[in-house]
Ligand binder design. Structure first.
Ligand code: NAP
Length: 309
């Protein structure tokens, strides 16, 4: 029996991928979504989402993603779990290699998003799971009544610092400059929180621990060069994200940071391969924009399939 050819394969099941899944399956396209781990993407590790329209008072990330998922499945989206290793572009038919097996499709939407960036300092890797974490929502509750540190100055770092202040005895936010990147409303809340102390103009040089896990981090003042020790049992790294595009190297055009170059919106350099969400170069990284991208990419797929018939 010959292998089925899907109309579109969506790679990644975050807000962009799930929205594309909703739009494509509702348009009666034979749509398969391939997700590496669990549906929902980075929003699954977000405690409270308060800037997604329609949910005054906020909604938790997992609850919002559960709704996205239920909505897609209502329209018959097919979902599979697997790791996409590469794409082979044979023109009108493309092969998506998932865990060594070929999946055939006429079009592809890449919606793989991004993953937390690592510091790359001594001791970090060895202490992952023993004090070093990249997700306060996942691991914060393990740090009750002990001091913890968060590194970064963006929206994620500030949101996570506030979340951690529910559990920890003290939260240090270490930032490399003397002003935060996070939006004003988050900064106001941060500065009003007595449990949080910002350590300005500082970077983390090493993470050090003993058999029980992380015990302290070594800081360097970026202005004076002064080295100091900060006792902390948790280090939450929130210094931005990197796109998940390794499997696309040499297949579609990527920028120097690995983001997919798309022009016009949602088209990649390869006909029939589209891109949506955080993995796309130069986009605002929000659930709302990822959703918009998912819809746009689906519309582009529809046009492409009609033109290539
Ligand atoms: P981000 O905005 O890129 O901020 C990263 C932070 O880490 C910056 O403050 C940066 O410092 C610092 N940093 C980067 N590399 C570093 C290094 N090697 N050592 C020390 N510090 C370093 O990342 P993010 O906070 O994860 O946010 C990612 C995107 O998601 C953003 O577009 C953000 O707006 C969005 N987001 C939105 C929400 C929301 O709407 N509620 C929540 C979370 C995230 P500098 O400031 O000096 O560059």
């Amino acid at each position: 029996m010959s292998q089925p050819i899907h109309d579109v394969v969506i790679i990644g099941g975050g807000p962009a991928g799930l929205t594309a899944g909703l739009y494509c399956s509702r348009a009666r396209l034979d749509t398969l979504l391939v997700e590496q781990m669990i549906l929902g993407g980075q929003v699954m590790i977000t405690t409270e989402v308060e800037n997604y329209p329609g949910f005054p008072g906020g909604i938790t990330g997992p609850e919002l993603m559960e709704r996205f998922q239920t909505h897609c499945l209502e329209f018959g989206l097919q979902v599979t779990t697997g790791n996409v290793e590469t794409i082979i572009d044979d023109g009108k038919t493309k092969k998506v290699i998932v865990d060594g097996k070929e999946v055939l499709t006429r079009a592809i939407i890449v919606a793989t998003g991004a993953q937390p960036r690592k510091l790359g300092v001594e001791g970090e890797q060895e202490l992952i799971g023993r004090g070093v974490s990249y997700c306060a929502t996942c691991d914060g509750a393990f740090f009750r009544n002990v001091p913890v540190t968060i590194n970064g100055g963006g929206d994620t770092a500030v949101e996570e610092a506030m979340f951690l202040s529910r559990f920890a005895s003290k939260v240090y936010l270490v930032h490399r400059r003397d002003e935060l990147r996070a939006i004003s409303v988050l900064q106001e809340r941060l500065f009003a929180n007595d449990k949080i102390e910002v350590i300005w103009n500082s970077t983390i040089k090493t993470c050090q621990g003993d058999n029980s896990g992380l015990t302290h981090v070594v800081l360097e003042n970026t202005q004076t060069g002064e080295i100091s020790k900060l006792e902390t049992q948790g280090l939450f790294v929130a210094i931005g994200v990197t796109p998940k595009t390794q499997f696309l190297e040499g297949i579609v055009d990527l920028d120097k940071d690995g983001y997919v170059i798309s022009a016009p919106a949602c088209h990649t350099s390869v006909p029939g391969i589209f891109v949506a969400g955080d993995v796309r170069q130069g986009v605002l990284k929000q659930i709302t924009t990822a959703v918009g991208d998912g819809a746009t990419a689906s519309w582009r797929v529809g046009q492409y399939l009609e033109e290539s018939e």
